[in-house]
Write a protein that binds this ligand. Sequence first.
Ligand code: SF4
Length: 149
Amino acid sequence: MGLFDHDRYVELTMHFRCNLLCEHCMIEGTMDRLEPESMDRFRELLEYNRVNRVRDGLILTGSEITLRRDLPDLARVARQNGFEHVRIQTHGMRLADPEYCRELVDAGIDEYFVSVTAADAETHDAIPKCRARSRRPYEVSRTSRHSKG
Ligand code: SF4
């Protein structure tokens, strides 16, 4: 068995906007037309899982879920309704802000799936459309490595 039992997770796309323009993005150009799940659907899922306990983990994703200002609130209410884990999928730019990270952790987000374009900042910058963009995900990676222990 892997680290995560994916059958025990449910994923909701709660946001369809992104502040990057990755060359390889599969949904760039369609984000304006895609509809995220509604808050009614979100509450419905939480209530169903609170009663039936079919999932342990909730994955909140989007295009870029950290652009939702109420992300901590979504996580908090998911934990209050019985989800043992809340995971986000993110490009990681906002995770360079320690205060924001603390807010997410305090809200109950305990798993972070961070998507980066390349293995290091130099390779990232070698991709023409990425060069102008932030290196913050790589800075986050360095910061978290250095702050361990
Ligand atoms: S970070 Fe993800 S969603 Fe945003 S443009 Fe890049 S691939 Fe697309």
